[in-house]
Design a protein around this ligand. Structure first.
Ligand SMILES: Cc1ncc(COP(=O)(O)O)c(C=O)c1O
Length: 372
């Protein structure tokens, strides 16, 4: 039970501190509020996280995925291989450009696409693979990239949860044709709302810049059909403040995760494995509960430990995917996805946790014992 003077520990704690507020007010006073100097500076700053790739800021992670697929020319008739164990935005972006989603299963350890399942899902219509670096753990890019190269497929990295994660020294967002990031408030860094696309291809970056702004580089000289997915300078200014703090926050998350790894001993709680060579940045610290998950979550909540399931329903079971598949008589064989959706629980790992919070989380988790 939470005692009277113990506040519940939230699952996430977005930071909007004085620095962020000052930056936002400074921009508002400047009068340059949309896609101005702050956006340009944010793009330049962020490119250091992705090995100097070109960065194009947009208004959300979903827009980043959507525009990247459009810029790559992916559309009707194409298939994109996506994990079903992700946030719906990953698959929604594919549907929004009129392409077909093909679900592939995940590896149980990294929760990312299983390379063998991806290879088995390739057809003559496959245009791209979308690895999702779920929870901040890099997908198996060392195995996925050679598969993509062999079959001449584009790789669209959904790094929306994985700012500054890396595999064998290469940061996520620097492997594929393009990477996408989200700056939603609960992410490891935010810009209120916002997103970023990274790419090594200057021509693709130019297309992305056109697409986010009605197809214009010069005002009213529209070159292609585009949308309005611009980032505001207020968002970019907040994003820049957060970007400067990201590395410290990431190290704090990693230290918090190391503490939890070392102290969680309940036999029916599996702590998150980390692949060799992976830099996990713990957007989520996600354990598997082998037993009654609902009961475990209720007991954690009672002990004042925030917890949440990302994601209880795999995308292929959500109505917009499930119903058309049912109609077409299409089924997916995704045993690891189903298992993960039934077992995972994310515990607090955010940088605002105190030593006392960490100890309380461990006590609550270990007291789950073998009774589940
Ligand atoms: C894996 C994944 N992909 C895409 C998105 C979409 O990002 P946004 O919410 O900024 O549109 C999110 C964020 O919630 C996400 O977690």
């Amino acid at each position: 039970m939470t005692s009277i003077n113990e506040q519940p520990i939230p699952a996430a704690r977005p930071v909007i501190g004085e620095d962020e507020i000052e930056a936002a007010v400074r921009v508002l006073r400047s009068g340059r509020v949309v896609q101005g100097p702050e956006v340009a500076a944010f793009e330049e700053g962020f490119s250091r996280l992705v090995d100097g790739r070109h960065c194009v800021a947009v208004n959300s992670g979903t827009s980043a995925l959507h525009l990247l697929l459009l810029a790559l020319g992916i559309g009707p008739g194409d298939e994109v291989i996506v994990p079903s164990f992700s946030f719906a935005a990953s698959a929604n972006a594919v549907r929004l450009v009129g392409a077909d989603v093909v679900f592939a299963d995940i590896e149980p350890g990294s929760f990312g696409l299983d390379p063998a399942a991806v290879e088995a899902a390739i057809t003559p219509r496959t245009a791209a693979i979308m690895p999702v670096h779920l929870y901040g753990h890099p997908a198996a890019m060392d195995k996925l990239m050679p598969i993509a190269e062999k079959h001449k497929l584009a790789v669209v990295e959904d790094a929306c949860q994985a700012h500054a994660a890396a595999l064998n020294g290469t940061p996520v967002g620097a492997f594929g044709a393009g990477g996408t990031f989200s700056f939603y408030p609960t992410k490891n860094m935010h810009s209120l709302e916002g997103g970023m696309v990274s790419t090594a291809d200057a021509e693709l970056a130019r297309t992305l810049r056109l697409l986010r702004n009605q197809g214009m580089e010069q005002r009213y000289a529209n070159e292609i059909v585009g949308a309005n997915m611009r980032m505001t300078d207020v968002s970019a200014a907040v994003g820049r403040v957060q970007l400067a703090k990201l590395e410290g926050w990431t190290e704090q998350r990693r230290a918090n995760a190391a503490y939890l790894d070392a102290h969680i001993t309940a036999p029916n709680v599996i702590t998150p494995p980390v692949a060799e060579g992976a830099r996990h940045i713990y957007h989520q610290y996600t354990v598997r509960i082998q037993g009654d998950r609902d009961a475990a979550m209720a007991r954690l909540t009672e002990a004042g430990v925030g917890n949440a399931v990302y994601y209880p329903t795999p995308i292929h079971r959500l109505k917009p995917y499930w119903e058309p598949d049912q109609k077409a008589g299409r089924t997916w064989d995704l045993p690891e996805t189903e298992k993960a959706a039934a077992e995972v629980v994310s515990l607090p790992v955010h940088p605002s946790l105190t030593e006392g919070d960490l100890a309380r989380i461990v006590t609550a988790v270990n007291s789950l014992g073998e009774s589940l």
